[in-house]
Structure formats: C-alpha cells, structure tokens
Design a binder for this molecule. Structure first.
Ligand SMILES: Nc1ncnc2c1ncn2[C@@H]1O[C@H](COP(=O)(O)OP(=O)(O)OP(=O)(O)O)[C@@H](O)[C@H]1O
Ligand SMILES: [Mg+2]
Length: 382
C-alpha cells in the first residue's frame, strides 16, 4: 500500500507543537508530498520561535519515518518573517573572505538577506533564462577549472526539478548521514558535491510545490557538511519564474554566471536571467557563450550553428563582463553525458583550457570587487 498524505497527517496528529497543539492543527504545515515511499514537507514558523520548533521537526520526522512503507522523510523547518516584509530587498554581499556572514536585521521593514554558509567564502550561481543551453555542463567544468586554480570547490545542484549532477559526475552512491541529522556530501574529482538527485530516484515524479523547493534547497545549503570551501558553484534550474527568483533570494549569492547560446532567442532569455538577479541585488559576474562554434571533426570546417559572438556583443551592450566561449563539441557532450567531465578527464584539450580561462575570469570578477557592484539596469524588450 503506497503511503498517502492522510497516513502522514494521522502520524503527525500524535506530534505536539510547543504549546501542545497537534501539529496538523497549527497551520504551519506546507503541502505534504508523499510519493514512492518518500515524504517531503516543511514546517514554517515565525523566526523568533524557530529554536523551540526544532525538536518538533525532529519528532515529526521520526513519526513519519515510523509509518510502514516510508523509505525516507525530508522535513524542513523554515523561518518566516512577519507579513509586511519586502520580498526582494537583500543586503549586498561583501566583507572579509572566509567570514561566515550572520544574518543582519535591516530596518525599514525589509526582509533580511540569507545568511552565509559557515566555512564557505563565496557562493556563485550558474544560471540562464532558458533550458538546455549547457548550464550544468558549464557549472561542473567551471567548478573543475576553479579547482585547477588551486581553490577548494563545492558544487550544489539546485535544479530540484531535474537534477543533473548524479549523471554529469556519475555519482550513484547515497550521501551518508552524520549524527543522524546532517548529510555528508560526495567527493568527486576533488569537488565536494551535493544534489537532491542523490536522495531521490531518477524516476520519482517531482511534484514539488514552492515551499518544498525552498525547504529542499535550504536543507542542502544548511544541513550538509560542506566543510571549508573557497567557492561553491550552484547549478540553477532554468527559467526566471517565481521559483527561480525565490532561489536566487534564498541562497547567499556573491554573483551569477549567465550561460547562453549565441542565438537571439537564447539571448533574450539570458537578459531575463540577468534582470532577475538584478532584482535580488546579486551581481552578474558575466556571460559565457556556450555552443559557440562547431568545428567538424571530419573536415575541420568551422560552422556557426547557433551563430557566433552573440553573447559577447550582448555582454558589451548590457555592460556585463564576457567570460569566454565554449565550442559546440562532440567530446564535451560525450564526456558530460558519460559522467567524465572534460576538464577532469582531458585536461590537455583546448576545451578544458577554455573552461579554465572562464574560471580565471570568474575568479578575477569575484576578486575585482565586481561582486560588490550592483548589476546594471536592464530593459527587457521581449
Ligand atoms: N559545449 C557543448 N558542446 C556540446 N554539447 C554540449 C555543450 N554544452 C552542453 N552540451 C550538451 O547539451 C545538453 C544540455 O546540457 P546541460 O544539461 O548542461 O544543459 P542545462 O542548461 O543544464 O539544461 P537544463 O536546462 O535541462 O538544466 C547535454 O547533453 C550536454 O552534454
Ligand atoms: Mg541543468
């Protein structure tokens, strides 16, 4: 018998809130997703009382795990601000390298920005407005390029709808838990890796709702032992809708790298992506042109399948740095899809060199103080 939402609610009826009220009657529960023996939901309480609720979250998790047929339970406790808080305002990221940034309350009814992840110096997003432009491939190879620059690098798959890192890094093992509550990330090619895909089966239908997406992301940031990292690369889901906007707000980002293919349509989406980060005051570190040029492996002829140079021109037009280009190249697709990223497995190839050059530009942008400047104002025409 598959586990249903009602089974979960019945079990939660035996769990009491700090004031003794049965949990389902407290109005704090998000939608409950019960799918294939896996249960997800979040408990949202006011930030002031969040500590008193942690034991409740734990009891709820234990109660759900005790239901026959439940294979895993992911229950997040999320702190809500009182109504009236402005959604889009957040403090700029800056300050000393390596400092774990505590959340500061900002007056004037503004919502506070997300606090940093302890031990992680910089978090950057790899994003695009459009799907399938090569974000995940770029994120992995960029992370490896940063590793080659001598940094300690982590990579977080925030694509909760379609996680890619298990495949791109050929990771099949499940992360272990530490002390029953925290997760130990997976190490691969010197990268510290976490993906929601490690926790769910590939076939699981992903009926994520807004609060679920957020709680999963928060858990992956805060309940994973990331250790000490110079930089964490976050592979974002495609699009610029509410879910992506909330993510961009929720993760304490120092900057965003926008990936685009050269053609106009993709560039319109890239512009939307840039505008989205601007709304949440995340600096745009620059644009990468992916699938830039195709060189025929048989005859050596160069063809610009999606055009060429569009992203560079767009970057100039928008006043954001151009970080470099990566050709449309069979070996990039093959290595990517085989879980053998090209920077790790063919470090002497010109393509690996292209990713390392992009990594160096990203590092320079982060170091140059660009990350402290707001992104330029963008007008979306389409
Ligand atoms: N430069 C490239 N040359 C050839 N193939 C590429 C290149 N970059 C990415 N690909 C291939 O394109 C496909 C899509 O890439 P990827 O999954 O990285 O895109 P994405 O933007 O993350 O997609 P999604 O929006 O679904 O998350 C993959 O099969 C990948 O191997
Ligand atoms: Mg992807």
């Amino acid at each position: 018998m598959p586990v249903t939402k009602d089974d979960v609610l019945a079990a939660l009826g035996k769990v009491a809130a700090p004031d003794g009220t049965p949990l389902p009657q407290t109005g704090t529960l998000s939608d409950i997703v019960a799918s294939d023996g896996k249960v997800f939901f979040s408990i949202s309480v006011d930030a002031a009382v969040v500590q008193a609720w942690e034991p409740v979250r734990k009891r709820a998790e234990d109660a759900v795990k005790a239901i026959a047929g439940v294979k895993s339970a992911m229950i997040a406790l999320t702190a809500e601000r009182k109504a009236g808080a402005a959604a889009a305002a957040r403090p700029p990221q800056g300050g000393p390298a390596g400092a774990a940034r505590p959340a500061h309350a900002h007056g004037h009814g503004q919502q506070q920005g997300p606090s940093g992840v302890p031990g992680v110096t910089s978090i950057i997003a790899v994003a695009s407005g459009k799907g399938g432009v090569g974000k995940s491939t770029t994120a992995v190879n960029l992370a490896l390029g940063l590793r080659d620059l001598g940094m300690k690098v982590g990579i977080l798959d925030a694509d909760i709808y379609g996680p890619s890192l298990p495949k791109l890094l050929a990771i099949r093992e499940k992360p272990q838990t530490i002390g029953g509550t925290r997760l130990k990330p997976i190490e691969r090619y010197g990268l510290t890796v976490m993906s929601i895909g490690f926790l769910i089966e590939e076939e699981t239908p992903m009926i994520w709702r807004g609060p679920m997406v957020m709680s999963a992301l928060t858990q992956m940031l805060r309940e994973v032992e990331w250790g000490t990292l110079d930089i964490m690369v976050v592979d974002m889901p495609p699009g610029t809708g509410d879910a992506q906007l909330t993510m961009a707000q929720q993760v304490p980002l120092k900057g965003a790298v926008i990936v685009s293919t050269p053609q106009d349509l993709a560039l319109i989406d890239a512009r939307r992506g840039i505008a989205m980060f601007r709304r949440v005051n995340v600096p745009v570190l620059g644009i990468v042109e992916n699938m830039s040029t195709f060189i025929c492996p048989h005859c050596g002829t160069r063809s610009d399948i999606f055009g060429h140079g569009g992203a560079r021109r767009e970057a100039e037009r928008l006043g954001v740095p151009f970080l470099g280009e990566v050709p449309l190249e069979m070996s990039i697709r093959e290595t990517s899809d085989a879980g053998l990223p090209i920077v790790a497995t063919h470090p002497d190839s010109p393509h690996a060199a292209a990713y390392r050059a992009i990594a160096a530009n990203v590092r320079d942008q982060l170091g140059s103080g660009a990350a402290a400047k707001p992104a330029p104002r963008i007008v979306i025409e389409a």
